[in-house]
Write a protein that binds this ligand. Structure first.
Ligand SMILES: [Zn+2]
Length: 75
């Protein structure tokens, strides 16, 4: 169901994008969406994905399509 996107020159699924943000495997990820923001590092396009790193946690992560910049909404 999720649409693949190119991130740093590689086609990624929503799950793979979430794993890039999280730095490890995730249980489940929603579809990739456009974040309404530009990358603070390089000005590139930012993608957003909601995912569950574990059964008890839901995180919204953002990742630049062009560089290593990423963040989550964790407190
Ligand atoms: Zn960037």
């Amino acid at each position: 169901m999720s649409e693949n996107r190119v991130v740093q020159g590689r086609m990624v699924t929503a799950t793979r994008l979430a794993e890039l943000i999280e730095g490890e495997s995730v249980m489940e990820a929603e579809s990739i969406a456009e974040a309404d923001a530009d990358c603070p590092e390089c000005g590139g396009n930012v993608l957003e994905v909601g995912y569950m790193p574990s059964v008890t946690e839901f995180v919204t992560g953002r990742k630049c399509q062009d560089c290593d910049w990423a963040e989550t909404d964790r407190e």
